[in-house]
Ligand binder design. Structure first.
Ligand code: PGA
Length: 252
């Protein structure tokens, strides 16, 4: 937690979900209590194919929807790509950029991540920029250096019209059931905060810093109570409404 910052719990459905089965999303919409929505923001980042329907389903609810990637251009000759304008057209308000699975599967560089983030921010939307070390980097004691390099290369100097959110996701904690110790997360988030304040001045104090990697209902309260952890980016446990809302309950 950071005093004065409204936490954000964001789901990342990855390559899961069909328009013929939106029951879990509807349950999240129907069961996300207004008392809780006053305290935290809830976002579900869906596959592109579900955005339009999800946008309709959640349009009059506090549940926000977003995407998991976008192209850095708004339109043009980029076969198979999707722009922030198209995401916004479906009701999407946020985009995850630079997730480690995209950095690995699609060889995305920090420069590309920066350009994607700039496009989202220029559109006035939220860019959730992901950073995090590999298991080998942690074992070598390089974690903070890796985070610093990724932050310096992938975070824009200005939030433009939108909102910058940073998600710290140790690669070895994603989908594995493993999480860093409370002390390790605290150290990483304190380091991120001081980097941001040094670079962006007081604006760095207002940026939401999410933790991601094997967050579940049973560990959420402990993880969300850590200093400078302003919410979670949740993969597997965001697919089921009971689990996802169970994580949100850490803020009740
Ligand atoms: P996980 O994924 O919660 O399934 O570990 C987190 C993520 O990849 O964003």
């Amino acid at each position: 937690m950071t005093p004065g910052i409204k936490p954000l719990v964001a789901g990342n459905w990855k390559m899961n979900g069909l328009n013929s089965a939106t029951g879990e999303l509807e349950k999240m919409r129907d069961q996300f209590k207004s008392t809780l929505s006053a305290k935290i923001d809830l976002l579900v980042c869906l596959p592109f194919t579900m955005l339009a329907k999800a946008g309709d389903l959640t349009s009059r609810s506090p549940v926000k929807i977003g995407a998991q990637d976008c192209h850095s251009e708004i339109k043009g000759a980029h076969t198979g790509d999707i722009s922030i304008e198209m995401i916004a057209d479906c009701g999407g308000e946020a985009v995850i950029v630079g997730h480690s699975e995209r950095r690995t599967d699609h060889a995305e560089t920090s420069t590309q991540v920066l350009q994607k983030a700039q496009s989202v921010l220029h559109w006035g939307h939220m860019a959730i920029i992901c950073i995090g070390e590999s298991e080998a980097q942690r074992k070598q004691g390089d974690t903070l250096d890796v985070l610093k390099k990724q932050m310096s290369e992938s975070i824009p100097d200005s939030a433009d019209n939108g909102e910058i959110v940073i998600a710290y996701e140790p690669i070895w904690a994603i989908g594995t059931g493993l999480t860093p110790t409370v002390g390790d997360i605290e150290e990483a988030h304190r380091f991120m905060r001081s980097y941001l304040v040094e670079r962006l001045g007081d604006k760095g104090n207002a940026i939401r810093l999410l933790y991601g990697g094997s967050v579940k209902p049973s560990n959420a309260a402990e993880l969300m109570a850590i200093d400078n952890v302003d919410g979670a980016l949740v993969g597997g446990a965001s697919l089921k409404a009971d689990d996802f809302l169970g994580i949100c309950a850490a803020y009740e």
